[in-house]
Design a protein around this ligand. Structure first.
Ligand code: COA
Length: 261
């Protein structure tokens, strides 16, 4: 795995555990950390040992408390656009990854932290999690895809309310809005839940999982015909050995053994 100063990475049992490790700054995302995420995700796709990713933040208090305000306070109009486009590109790499990526949200998921969690395929929150897009407090708006993903996830009215007020919401409210899949009392239990879900996903055909990612993402691309993407992806699955294995195993009344081919 690529060298990282701000992210702890450990592969265990096919899961890559990524921990944003700037606890004294509540794991705020600085430019260097973002680039480390880019480098890691470049490698995740090709690394056969890695079957899934879990993102979390160091410590109990914060997942990621946003972009690093000491850096964004220095932006000008030209580099602000690049700043946003760069973050959007890196978060799209997470969203488009063909291996499942779960955000395990411990504590604050604010600004870029909430945006990173929303770019993951699922969110599992610890009961102390707090979600928010407080950028208006700084005179800005979300820039890493948050205006789009939050609206898709919670709907227009609530997205407007959250982004216009900058209010934080707790884990239970986030779950009732569809922003979070599961809420668990402790980080340990949340991790166990994430691992349980990934274990199940990792027993399925990897190509089919990647096609689910593409088809779900197609819903959010206005120019893409999602039904066509689905039909093409379905056809791609049928070309795979795993399709033969899955259907044969059912008919032969045995468990399938998928090879990802
Ligand atoms: N960028 C840079 N540093 C940050 C940060 C951020 N987004 N969020 C927290 N920090 C730093 C603080 O400056 C502080 O550093 P210091 O000890 O060197 O002074 C440290 O993390 C602890 O934060 P602190 O504010 O003292 O903790 P708190 O418990 O009182 O408050 C928050 C926690 C999350 C409510 C508060 O830190 C906050 O509002 N952060 C900014 C959130 C935000 O606006 N994010 C969107 C950015 S676009």
């Amino acid at each position: 795995m690529a060298d990282s100063n701000n992210i702890l990475s450990e592969e265990k049992g096919g899961i890559l555990y990524l921990t944003i490790n700037r606890e004294s700054k509540l794991n705020a995302l600085n430019f260097a950390t973002l680039e480390e995420i880019r480098n890691i995700f470049n490698e995740v796709s090709d690394n056969k040992k890695i079957k899934a990713v879990i993102f979390t933040g160091s410590g109990e208090k914060s997942f990621i408390a946003g972009a690093d305000i000491s850096e964004i306070s220095e932006l000008n109009e030209l580099n602000a656009r690049k700043f946003a486009e760069n973050g959007q590109e890196i978060f799209s790499m997470i969203e488009n990854c063909h291996k499942p990526v779960i955000a395990l949200v411990n504590g604050y998921a604010l600004g870029g932290g909430c945006e990173l969690a929303m770019a993951c395929h699922m969110r599992i929150a610890v009961a102390n999690a707090k979600f928010g897009q407080p950028e208006v407090n700084l005179g800005i708006i979300p820039g890493y895809g948050g205006t789009q993903r939050l609206t898709y996830l919670v709907g227009r009215g609530k997205a407007n309310e959250l982004m216009m007020t900058g209010d934080m919401i707790g884990a239970d409210e986030a779950k009732s809005l569809g922003l979070v899949n599961h809420v668990l009392p402790t980080k340990k239990e949340a991790m166990a839940k994430a691992e349980e879900i990934l274990k199940k996903i990792n027993s399925k055909a990897p190509l089919a999982i990647g096609m689910v990612v593409d088809c779900v993402n197609a819903v959010f691309i206005p120019d893409e015909n999602g039904y066509q993407t689905e039909a093409n992806s379905f056809a791609r699955c049928v070309k795979s050995g795993d399709y033969k294995e899955g259907t044969s195993a059912f008919l032969e009344k045995r468990k399938p053994v998928f090879k990802g081919e």
